[in-house]
Design a protein around this ligand. Structure first.
Ligand SMILES: *Cc1c(COP(=O)(O)O)cnc(C)c1O
Length: 435
């Protein structure tokens, strides 16, 4: 994209002949929704039979299109969460819906007991996008992380020669890699861990962004360093420049695998295909999920080269649903949509616009902003309320965001959002922060 095009983008939300959301989102700003009391009751009343493992904001979504969702009463909201980046391509992107519908007319589920004719094309395209040889398909992000852990351990014993059952993996403080018992065992978030032990041993946590702490934690038994190249749940924490390159060097020097959890940061969000691309770094294993399912299905994968991912032998790992034809058809289309670089460029241009808008709030109700592509962590000045309170007030004004860790709100719109829509959302934030 030329600088002129980026400007045109920022001003009009579109570039001549280059508008991936054409026809899928309205640029029309919604009427301001009526007050909270007018909505249909509390989350408890609406979800009386749903276990309370979430505390959702008080809105019940019934429809979605592009960057917008509509609640059960017909009120529209601009979605600035995008299902934690699972909806990078927008709600019900026509190309992804078409891939789904076409495959539904053929076959949906086969199990891996047999081959299906969609899996190899998906795997080939994803491997090419990653510059790797092999793809191990799973469903959820946590499963991709678990798979990465198993692969790293098997590689440690079979290739590196680590003593049986001694393998260790270095992880970072503040990590979020999912919700299985093994994964929460190496989290330092008390609400994720407390009451769920005993946990799987074999993990060593060091401060995030500190490459020398990683080097110091590595022993002869270490098989991998597992990190998010940008920590999402922690509040869009961007490591110091050079960190990822240094981790790559350390892993090479010490014969340890570099596993990048790009489940939230990857596939266009940061203005590159992967957050590791920001430093020109290639990990040994990519862990992918969220947007890989095109905002339609859970699709995840571990992607690596033959010398690492090739250690897994038939019967050692699997999933009934992983690599199913429906998921593979949608995943293939999602990968194809990333091949042109169009979404990455759009995230970069809109991200620059978002950064500018957010930085104007510094000292005016915002204490810090961290922006990577179209992804921002915004720390709210406690005098203006908690992150949750700001999220509730934005909800009243037709903007969906999610708070994290008390004072932070996270902004990650579908990449099909328009600059004019972002401007409108920033105006709502300005009003809310002004109290
Ligand atoms: C969301 C997320 C996961 C877990 O994905 P699920 O599909 O919820 O299991 C893992 N790692 C990161 C970085 C994530 O953001």
């Amino acid at each position: 994209m030329t600088p002129e095009q980026v400007r045109e983008f920022a001003e009009h939300g579109t570039i001549s002949g280059q508008d991936p959301d054409a026809g899928t989102t309205g640029a029309v700003v919604p009427e301001r929704p009526s007050s909270r009391s007018a909505r249909s009751g509390t989350a408890e009343r609406v979800e009386g039979h749903v276990a309370r493992n979430y505390a959702p904001l008080d809105v019940t979504i019934a429809r979605g299109e592009g960057a917008w969702v509509t609640d059960v009463e017909g009120k529209r909201y601009l979605d600035l969460l995008a299902a934690y980046s699972a909806v990078n391509f927008g709600h019900r992107h026509p190309a992804l819906v078409a891939a789904l519908e076409e495959q539904l007319g053929r076959v949906a589920l086969t199990s891996r007991a047999f081959r299906n004719d969609r899996l190899e094309p998906f795997a080939a395209a994803l491997a090419r996008l990653c510059g790797k040889d092999l793809v191990l398909p799973m469903n959820t992000g946590a499963e991709a992380v678990e798979t990465g852990i198993k692969v790293a351990r098997a590689w440690g014993y079979r290739v590196k020669g680590v003593r049986p059952d001694a393998a260790r993996i270095v992880v970072a403080h503040g990590n979020f890699h999912g919700r299985t018992t093994t994964i929460v065992g190496f989290s330092d978030d008390e609400s994720a861990r407390d009451g769920f032990g005993p946990f799987t041993p074999g993990f060593d946590a060091v401060p995030y962004g500190d490459a020398e702490a990683i080097a110091a934690a590595i022993t002869d038994d270490t098989v991998a360093v597992l990190i998010e190249p940008i920590q999402g749940e922690s509040g869009v924490i961007i490591p110091p420049e050079g960190f990822l390159r240094r981790v790559r060097e350390i892993c090479d020097e010490r014969n340890v695998l570099f596993i990048a959890d790009e489940i939230q940061s990857g596939l266009g969000r940061v203005g590159e295909t992967f957050a590791c691309d920001r430093e020109g770094v290639v990990p040994d294993l990519y862990l992918l999920g969220k947007a890989l399912g095109g905002g339609i299905l859970p699709v995840s994968a571990v992607v690596g080269n033959e010398d690492v991912l090739g250690v897994i032998r038939p019967g050692e790992h699997g999933s009934t649903f992983g690599g199913n034809p429906l998921a593979a058809a949608v995943g293939l289309r999602a990968v194809e949509m990333l091949e042109s670089g169009e979404f990455q460029e759009r995230a970069r241009a809109l991200g620059a616009h978002l950064r500018e808008g957010l930085e104007a709030f510094l000292g005016h109700g915002v204490t810090e902003v961290r922006v990577a592509g179209l992804w921002a962590g915004v720390d709210i000045d406690p005098s203006r309320g908690t992150g949750r309170e700001i999220a509730e007030k934005l909800l009243d004004r037709g903007v969906l965001v999610k708070d994290t860790h008390g004072q932070t709100i996270r902004i990650a719109p579908p990449i099909v959002v328009r600059a004019t829509e972002l401007d409108w959302a920033l105006e709502q934030l300005r009003v809310v922060l002004a109290g």
